[in-house]
Design a binder for this molecule. Structure first.
Ligand code: HEC
Length: 127
């Protein structure tokens, strides 16, 4: 009986270890689930066309200027800023406020920790 209870405690401690801090947002995973239908993952080789532009070499690139992408909105083409962590953060929070008229059909990542995770991921993967 006593060993059984100890076993249970050990088991639930293990469950906390496994599921607990996983609540901390995982950028690669979020990119895959929230952006991956429209953007090829910049960490992957053999890039395939998607509905959105490639994000390879995104950091520092002027918005709306990726040559391989033929379908930028007029709004994105004349946005005129370069992509930094701050710009990404506000675009991902609310695309249409940051670039009014953008055709990126994405409601936005409302949780600051999720945005930070995706931005951090892109800072590494999209250079
Ligand atoms: C439903 C498809 C879709 C989803 C989902 C989506 N995007 Fe986009 N994205 C687009 C399209 C289309 C554009 C071009 C927008 C324009 O020209 O106004 C774009 C543009 C961008 C740009 C500007 C790139 C450049 O070359 O200037 C960035 C950065 C971006 N997306 C990041 C993301 C990230 C990060 C996510 C996930 C959090 C995401 N997008 C989710 C379709 C999508």
């Amino acid at each position: 009986m006593k060993t059984h209870a100890v076993g249970l405690v050990a088991l639930s401690a293990f469950a906390v270890l496994v599921s607990g801090p996983a609540a901390a947002a995982d950028g690669a995973q979020l990119f895959k689930s929230r952006c991956g239908i429209c953007h090829w993952d910049p960490a992957q080789a053999d890039e395939k066309p998607r509905q959105g532009p490639t994000l390879k070499k995104l950091i520092g690139r002027t918005a709306g200027t990726e040559k391989s992408f033929p379908r930028y909105s007029p709004a994105m083409k004349k946005a005129g800023f370069a992509w930094t962590a701050d710009k990404l953060d506000s675009y991902l929070e609310n695309p249409r406020t940051t670039v009014p008229g953008t055709t990126m059909a994405f409601v936005g990542l409302k949780k600051p920790d999720e945005r930070k995770a995706v931005v951090d991921y892109l800072l590494k993967a999209a250079r």
